[in-house]
Design a protein around this ligand. Sequence first.
Ligand code: A3P
Length: 303
Amino acid sequence: MELPPRPELFDFHGVSMITYFTDNWENVQNFQARPDDIVIATYPKAGTTWVSHMLDLLYFGKSSPERGSTMPISERVPFLEFTAPGQPSGQRDATISNGSVEAADKMPSSPRLIKTHLPVQFVPKSFWEQNCRIIYVARNAKDNVVSFFHFDRMNMGQPEPGDWPSFLQRFQEGKMVFGSWYDHVKGWWEKKQTNPKILYLMYEDLAEDRGRELDRVCSFLGLSLTEEERCKVIEGVGFDAMKKNSMTNYSTDKYMDFKISPFMRKGKVGDWKSHFTVSQNEQFDKEYQKKMTHTTLRFRTEI
Ligand code: A3P
């Protein structure tokens, strides 16, 4: 399959975007949510696939155990704002669906699990009107930018990443797809303070003890599991299990070049240490402090 050239970033209502996520804007904004929809919201590379797979196993692991090993994650959990060039249904090719509004509209399963990377101010209003539950996952900035860098290297559907120093610089300036990490994590954090329907998870907490975080998720969603079901989910969402599973590792996605880097790359907290130089780290910390002064949001960069 011949791929289109890499997309260019542009300013979209104050947020850097690419057309893959803005071409279907009206339909996205007019999306009709259902009260039992569950949204997984993240800044890219914060653990979206991890929590998406967890929720899918939680809701459908028992009734359709084959689902997690036969349906790509992008079909089980459609990516609301995604639309491939010239293909508004979100179909990248005949074999892989990438969700989007149309796919979500047609989803027979209930609840629908819906993925979005939208900053909080762009979330379609129907989700708020229907009082939907939303699980937001955030990851510390340093590991997040490293993961994003490798993702942009291997994903031809992302803008050209350039070299690491320039990528890091652009991350600090918010010139990434879906905009500034700072605005994203802080925007959702503020919203969560007044909206009990938002659960705010941390990648680092998941990495530390995914069983404990699974219990938090279940309690938020009002689910109770048998010990056997709980063990199955914990096992299914382990890094090695997901890396091996072609329905979660994106090996079916033609835009991704696994010769450059795998999608399930390291899955670690603290990998930033092998990328940041001492001076990059000092510079980063200085800017970080400035940008995070007026928030109570705190991250761990090691566990
Ligand atoms: P790394 O690039 O640091 O390895 P997203 O799904 O939001 O694109 O996030 C992808 C990141 O989450 C990748 O990080 C990937 O390895 C990590 N990830 C996905 N599943 C995971 C799991 N089960 N355990 C730990 N990390 C996981």
